[in-house]
Design a protein. Structure first.
Length: 711
């Protein structure tokens, strides 16, 4: 009996930490806190301690994070008890990694564990991927990936020791997620989503939206070195305006496809059902030299700059019930034996079935709506690209596995007529923040008929006032028409003084300090706080996590806020970097690496004796300005000339006079050049088809230059 009592007492003492308890984190959370709603801890601490079946609730606000959040393979849930990381109801947590430098190691989150469930989290400004998903059986639901410096979310291995496809990340579901404005310095690697290189079997993208990324919406690239990846399933996904960022800027380097589905001739049989691609800077959909049998069923391409469907003619790919309209050019591809595809080529219709003729009149609307998703993150295109009931594309398709339809046969394209026409709808009302008021619904019913009009009235609780509805209206009473399942939030604002917490952090910890004015335990709504970065000796402020690099910054308190100051070595302008052959920053050469006949048998680059040949370097600098460059060389023969090109622009012609012997090295005259902040490409290129100097090294002097990895 005594032993039983001990067991019962032990269980009761540990009950708050059992698998069904919850852990709370916030921007102001501390490691030593217990993780309750009134004593939140940090996100990494919660991840380290969470048990299978538990939920980590992430409170709203900005989390300024400088280091990668890592979830190890040992930290996994189980099939019946997932580990959850979810936004606290009606709040928006933002994981901000802007303090990270742009290098491959600086992921925002590495999810190497299995059986995790993420929901409602925004991940932005990581130094590489917003999330590297390298584990198995994970679900990422209604998350947003924005302004990361590589692909927003990438499914690939984390450990280089995993060399076979059965070891690579598998059976993950990416559900109703959005990824946009992801861009790397060279603007050629950052996709919205990627499942490439080392991606296993059974991964699914369902209801996801990828737009305004510098490279592709989706990238499924494969390499001969690593071999084929697992087939990826796409259902009801949307890719648009890739190749152009939301601020309107674009580059020449990005591939700019909506869905890029392969690489290097490696066959992988991906499946795409009811996906839409429009407004992309290159192809809407492309096999990208995937020699497999991609299944393309009921997809729609519209107004892409190149092909709607950029596939190799005569391939094995299967095309059924697809529409391409007003892209630059299209072709009939694959085993289109069902005569069920319609392609629009330079103003005319070209399909296997001459009875199917496409025009604007087939669609309810060709105007892109301002908002393209529902509150749960799933795509909502409204009337855009929806077929009219009078279109001859209705019931014109063929049946295919995985395609549900109304009528006698599937319609053509991604938008099935009547697919969203239910006989009854459900209304969900919410308030933000919690306990701030309620919503009166008239009539108040469990289900509503199509077209039924409902009146909603916001009623604030004591010490709150109504602010706005989530649909943008500000009157306390609003009406909505039930044409689909709908959710609406009433936003209230407290009339009491706010008590927001401000937390500051330093990276590295010895880099300096932060002066806070006023320095108070809590702050009221809208209160201004001035932060001053005070570097330690030899350091300087590099950046604030909130943006900017001035030593003094001001923030407006509207929520619990965390700010990080990143310090680094103070620049002096006298750093010199030497780049020799086959070192970091030495990217390519047109010629050979030779051994000079000097006493130390020094290696040199022997550039080919022809016009337009040369050496490429990649250099990263922390600030724009003047830098000094010289080359060391040895040369016998006639004086020769080479062009110095910076970022593909001719800067100056450099002369290489002969040296006294084949073992006597010389240097060129120092030249001042302008470099831009970030990565610069430098090329030394021959002008004449003469025997050229053998180059030993390049030296550059200025603000802390670094040799950069070559792409």
């Amino acid at each position: 009996m005594k032993n039983k009592l001990i067991i019962i007492l032990t269980f009761l003492l540990l009950f708050p930490f059992c698998v069904f308890s919850q852990i709370y984190v916030s921007p102001a959370g501390k490691v030593e806190n217990k993780g309750s709603i009134d004593s939140p801890t940090t996100l990494q601490n919660a991840i380290n301690k969470v048990a299978s079946g538990q939920t980590i609730y992430v409170r709203g606000g900005i989390y300024s994070i400088a280091s990668t959040i890592f979830i190890s393979r040992e930290n996994s849930g189980t099939a019946g008890n997932l580990k959850h990381i979810e936004a606290y109801p009606d709040e928006t947590p933002i994981l901000d990694f802007s303090a990270q430098k742009e290098i491959n190691e600086n992921k925002g989150i590495v999810l190497d564990g299995c059986y995790w469930y993420f929901k409602g989290i925004i991940i932005r400004k990581a130094g590489d991927n917003g999330m590297l998903l390298s584990g198995n059986y994970n679900t990422i639901d209604n998350c947003i990936f924005e302004k990361n410096r590589d692909s927003g979310l990438q499914i690939s291995r984390y450990s280089a020791a995993y060399t076979t496809i059965d070891q690579w990340p598998s059976n993950n579901l990416i559900l109703n997620c959005e990824s946009f404005d992801n861009k790397d310095l060279l603007a050629e690697n950052a996709d919205g989503f990627a499942a490439k290189l080392t991606c296993g079997q059974g991964n699914i993208f369902r209801g996801c939206i990828s737009h305004h990324n510098s490279d592709d919406g989706w990238d499924l690239y494969t390499k001969k070195k690593t071999g084929p990846i697992g087939a990826v399933l796409f259902e009801s996904c949307v890719a648009y305006n890739n190749g152009t960022l939301t601020n309107g800027s674009t580059t020449k380097t990005g591939d700019k496809n909506g869905f890029k589905l392969g690489g290097e001739g490696i066959p992988v049989n991906h499946i795409l059902h009811r996906c839409v691609a429009f407004g992309n800077g290159q192809h809407g959909f492309t096999d990208n030299n995937n020699l497999g049998a991609i299944e393309m069923t009921n997809n729609t391409s519209y107004n892409n700059k190149s092909n709607g469907f950029g596939f190799r003619p005569g391939g094995k790919h299967q095309f059924r019930n697809n529409i391409s309209y007003k892209s630059f050019k299209d072709k009939n591809f694959g085993k289109d034996v069902e005569n069920s595809n319609v392609w629009w080529i330079k103003g005319s219709t070209n399909g296997r079935n001459p009875a199917l003729v496409i025009s604007d009149d087939d669609f309810v609307s060709l105007i892109v709506p301002a908002v393209l998703k529902n509150e749960d993150g799933s795509p909502d295109l409204g009337d855009f690209l929806a077929l009219k009931a009078t279109s001859d594309f209705i019931d014109a398709g063929v049946q295919a596995n995985g395609i549900e339809f109304n009528g006698t046969a599937p319609d053509l394209g991604a938008r099935e007529l009547g697919a969203e026409q239910k006989t009854d709808f459900v209304l969900k009302t919410m308030v933000k923040p919690l306990m701030s008021g309620n919503v009166a619904v008239n009539p108040d019913k469990t289900i509503y008929d199509p077209g039924e009009v409902i009146t909603l009235t916001a009623k604030p609780a004591d010490n709150f006032v109504f602010k706005s509805w989530s649909n943008g209206e500000t009157a306390t009473t609003t009406t909505i028409k039930m044409e689909a399942n709908k959710a609406i939030t009433a936003n209230f604002k407290s009339t009491l003084p706010a008590a927001y917490l401000l937390t500051t952090s330093i990276t590295p910890t010895e880099g300096g300090t932060i002066a806070i004015n006023p320095n108070k335990p809590t702050y009221t709504e809208g209160e201004l706080v001035t932060l001053t970065a005070i570097p330690s000796k030899g350091n300087e402020l590099k950046s604030w996590s909130s943006g900017g690099s001035e030593e003094e910054t001001t923030i407006i308190m509207t929520e619990d806020t965390g700010i990080t100051a990143t310090f680094g070595e103070k620049l002096t302008g006298t750093h010199t970097l030497r780049i020799e052959e086959l070192a970091l920053g030495y990217c390519a050469h047109e010629g050979t690496i030779a051994i000079n006949s000097s006493a130390d048998n020094k290696k040199v680059t022997n550039i080919a004796d022809a016009s337009g040949k040369g050496i490429n370097y990649a250099l990263k600098v922390p600030t724009s300005g003047l830098y000094t460059i010289i080359f060391r060389y040895v040369h016998r023969g006639k004086t020769t000339t080479a062009k110095l090109k910076i970022n593909a622009t001719d800067v100056i012609d450099l002369s290489f006079p002969i040296t006294s012997s084949t073992t006597q090295f010389a240097t060129t005259i120092p030249i001042n050049i302008n470099l831009v902040k970030g990565v610069n490409t430098i090329r030394l290129e021959t002008v004449d088809a003469l025997s050229f100097a053998n180059i030993d090294w390049m030296e550059i002097t200025g603000e802390a230059p670094l040799g950069e990895s070559c792409y």
